[in-house]
Design a protein around this ligand. Structure first.
Ligand code: MF3
Ligand code: CO
Length: 250
């Protein structure tokens, strides 16, 4: 079942996502050599407290933190840990969400720690652009699989791989609503994008092959070939005038 949102609901989701945006800014600033991913989780938890918000991640299928921190070959869902200390040259995907007035905001970005290699920066740049490609494809009247077709064409032309095992999703009062939004062309994903649909678009791109597996902690997804991976995510409202990115200032 697809739940369309009213203009008023989308306005609340915009508020939720601006909290996410501001918190991601703080986390990006804190992702420096010597910081642990646990330090970042505490900063995120402090922001939630300060803003009077709850986490949609904490306790989700038993997830233990308010943040996902995915370093280097970790694709998504890295669990913050005192044992993971950031060092110069790492890249880290920072994925954060809030619940604000009953609505979920969700966004992620990948950033470099200190000075990073040109190849790592190129991966980050392509993945950020892949998200913009996804957003541009999210026009009212288009289909869900137009998004994945556009993303994979863009990424593969640049000789990177699109992760297929994790997908974007509808979002609203629940973090994961229908439809699922793959980042590749899925023939059966024919759902029309209609005004009022809000989706979290989130391409994951690898330097090496597309395949991933999950570590024994049940969460941490890593590339099979240990190649670097990047991830960007925005919550996007489909409107009559086109896609509107909720998780960054207009
Ligand atoms: N933002 C992610 C998503 O889109 C992370 C949720 S995983 C969680 O699905 F377990 F941490 F909640
Ligand atoms: Co998401």
């Amino acid at each position: 079942m697809i739940v369309l949102k009213s203009k008023d609901e989308i306005a609340v989701m915009r508020e939720a996502n601006l909290h996410v945006y501001e918190t991601l800014n703080a986390l990006e600033q804190a992702a420096v050599p010597g910081a642990t991913t646990w330090d970042l989780d505490r900063i995120a938890a402090d922001e939630l407290k300060k803003r009077g918000l709850k986490s949609p991640f904490l306790g989700y299928h038993g997830y233990p933190c308010v943040l996902c921190t995915s370093v280097n070959e970790v694709v998504v869902h890295g669990i913050p840990s005192k044992k993971v200390k950031l060092k110069e040259g790492d890249i880290i995907g920072i994925d954060f969400g809030v619940i604000h007035k009953g609505y979920v905001g969700d966004s992620a970005r990948t950033v470099g720690v200190g000075k990073i290699a040109p190849a790592a920066q190129a991966l980050i740049d392509v993945t950020r652009e892949a998200l913009e490609v996804a957003i541009r494809a999210a026009q009212p009247g288009a289909r869900v699989n137009d998004i994945g077709a556009a993303v994979s064409a863009f990424v593969e032309e640049k000789r990177y791989s699109v992760v297929e095992e994790f997908v974007g999703h509808g979002i609203g009062t629940r973090m994961h609503e229908e439809p699922q939004v793959p980042n590749y062309y899925l023939r059966s994903a024919t759902t029309r994008l209609r005004p009022g649909l809000v989706v979290a678009l989130e391409p994951m791109v690898n330097i090496g092959k597309k395949h991933t597996h999950t570590l024994a902690d049940g969460w941490t997804a890593v590339t099979d070939d240990a190649s670097l991976s990047a991830h960007f995510e925005h919550s996007v409202a489909i409107t009559e005038d086109g896609p509107v990115v909720l998780s960054r200032p207009a």
